[in-house]
Design a protein around this ligand. Structure first.
Ligand SMILES: [Zn+2]
Length: 588
């Protein structure tokens, strides 16, 4: 590639219409020029490399053009346009505030502003990275910004809008530039490739666009880098090698191994990835994105969230059809947990391997749970599925059963073994039935799952059922509250100690009245743990917990320690004396 010009510069847009992905801004600017309503100060905000300076230059050129087109673009013919194109125009002045941020630099600029342009009508002053100006420089500039001469237009550009002081913000018309969509960047690269006689695979361009993270300029530099490395044939393989990106294929292969429950295979692939010099943390993060992509591929509505080339899109669709939603959601949970724990782990490789093993066991675990559900009906009221949800579940199940000959497990709604198959070959496949939406299906599966998880921990044949008394209940209850306090969960502890739990006449239903919705929510979050604690400590796995929100009169809630102390001392004034005698403080 002789005389290869840097694409970002060569293909820098020269008209509003060719700016990529910022139509909302270019249209507004064009209208303002057309109607002669142009503001004198603009603030262009947005990430780097998305076209802020480019738009500022186009604005300067267009506004000075003496022969604008009907579409309000510069003509490229007149004297002003020619001087802009050759870079000789004196009507555009750029200051990089990152390196010139002193008062003197700004004074210098302010001095120039006074002079009217010799050619054309307007002078445009672009101050890049304006948030880097020192406070005194800002102040020196403020006066000029307040009362600029008619011929001056200021364009302040920044990547960090929050660092701009309000006095500047209030004087500028603000434009927010978008991160450029991957599809738009890929299309722009394809256009460059065509003009440079470079053949490029669509998937390769998509990978470059992804790596550039919304910045067109970065994408162009990466493209140049690849062209100088791979020549005039930009392939997917060349890109991932050059950018040191882990090939999509690895993720597909690992996921296939996981679906086949082949732990050894998944560990071997991971080993290969490490041997190729990739980092385990990157791999886990990539697996997370891969599962996320599979999830959005399951529904045509969310398919647009998949930002990959068409070849890879088909691959995603195909693999997604083999995964159930609950598999993906639980898989994502495992991957996310590993991602968070990775940095703090002493044995990071094991963290990743453990995650892979857990992923491989996901389907088996649900099948085992399914078998147990068939043996005996669970005796848990963890969630109380309303009758409408049940109907919904049944519908979904029947649809799935007829179309796919597979069934989702939901023991609560459907305890009969005749409907739910329990053979090991059993797969929870939900795809291809497009009727229920993702959220419906998700809820359905989640319900099933919640119950499953509980079931795994209990062996139905040997469930202890020791009689429960109010005293033993009170003691266990108090112990849990104390535990919470020790763990720093003060608020929940207060919720649990503000009243006494009551035991139903069957000695199995524990009823607890709480004061408000907020307390109910707090308690519900912890309910599963709490219920297992109660069951274990009471040695009775048949007890259930029923939370009731009471309608309490205003002012009767005793939340704080002080409130409760007051309440007690009203009942028994001797407490006051006791407190004074021992000089006690009220503390929770
Ligand atoms: Zn012109």
């Amino acid at each position: 590639m002789d005389n290869f010009i840097v694409s970002a510069r060569k293909y820098r847009p020269a008209t509003f219409n060719t700016v990529v992905g910022q139509a909302h801004i270019t249209n507004t600017l064009k209208n303002a020029i057309k109607n002669n309503h142009l503001a004198q100060a603009f603030l262009f905000c947005g990430p780097r490399g998305v076209g802020k300076t480019t738009c500022a230059r186009i604005l300067a050129k267009t506004i000075n053009c003496t022969n604008k087109t009907a579409d309000t673009e510069a003509c490229d013919q007149c004297e002003s346009c020619k001087s802009f194109n050759s870079g000789a125009s004196l009507n555009v002045y750029e200051l990089d505030a990152a390196s010139n941020n002193s008062v003197d630099d700004i004074r210098n600029l302010v001095d120039q502003v006074r002079f009217a342009p010799q050619l054309g009508t307007h002078k445009v002053y672009i101050i890049d990275e304006v948030h880097m100006l020192s406070t005194s420089a800002f102040n020196a500039f403020l006066k000029t910004l307040e009362e600029p001469p008619k011929h001056a237009i200021f364009i302040l550009a920044t990547t960090e809008k929050h660092k701009i002081i309000p006095t500047i913000l209030s004087r500028c018309q603000i434009f927010d530039f978008n991160r450029i969509q991957i599809e738009d960047i890929a299309n722009h690269l394809a256009y460059i490739a065509k003009n440079e006689n470079v053949t490029a695979e669509t998937d390769a361009l998509h990978i470059i666009a992804q790596k550039a993270d919304g910045a067109l300029r970065d994408a162009c530099s990466i493209f140049d880098q690849i062209v100088s490395f791979a020549g005039s044939n930009v392939t997917y393989k060349a890109v991932i090698e050059n950018l040191n990106i882990l090939d999509y294929d690895y993720y597909f292969k690992v996921t296939d191994a996981i679906l086949a429950e082949n732990i050894s295979q998944s560990l071997l692939i991971f080993n290969e990835i490490l041997n190729n010099g990739f980092d385990g943390h990157n791999f886990i993060a990539g697996m997370g994105s891969h599962f996320r992509n599979l999830l959005v591929s399951k529904d045509n509505e969310t398919l647009q969230l998949l930002e990959v080339g068409n070849n890879i899109k088909d691959k995603y669709k195909e693999q997604a059809s083999k995964c159930s939603l609950s598999f993906l959601v639980r898989g994502l949970t495992i991957l996310n947990k590993t991602d968070i724990q990775y940095k703090g782990s002493k044995n990071q490789r094991l963290q990743v391997e453990l995650a892979l093993m857990q992923l491989c066991s996901l389907n088996t675990m649900s099948v085992e749970a399914e078998k147990k559900n068939d043996i005996s009906k669970p005796n848990i009221t963890v969630s109380n599925p309303s009758s409408s949800t049940n109907t919904n579940n049944n519908q979904v199940q029947q649809q799935t059963a007829t179309n796919e000959k597979t069934v989702i497990s939901n023991p609560v709604a459907n305890p009969t073994p005749a409907v739910s198959s329990s053979t090991p070959a059993f797969k929870k496949t939900l795809l291809k039935t497009s009727t229920p939406s993702i959220s419906q299906r998700f809820n359905t599966e989640k319900k099933a799952e919640e119950t499953e998880v509980k079931e795994v921990t209990l062996n139905p044949t040997e469930r202890p059922k020791q009689p429960v008394s109010q005293d033993s209940l009170d003691a266990v209850w108090q112990r849990y509250a104390n535990d919470l306090k020790a763990k720093g969960k003060q608020n929940l502890a207060i919720v649990l100690t503000s009243r006494q739990p009551t035991l139903g006449s069957d000695s199995l239903t524990i009823e607890y009245v709480i004061n408000n919705k907020a307390a109910e929510e707090a308690l519900n979050e912890d309910k599963t743990t709490f219920l297992s604690f109660l069951r274990k400590e009471l040695n009775n796995y048949s007890v259930s917990l029923n939370i009731v929100v009471a309608q309490v009169e205003e002012g009767k809630n005793l939340y704080t320690a002080t409130d409760r102390y007051k309440h007690l001392s009203e009942k028994n004034p001797a407490i006051n004396k006791l407190r004074q005698a021992f000089d006690l403080d009220i503390e929770f």
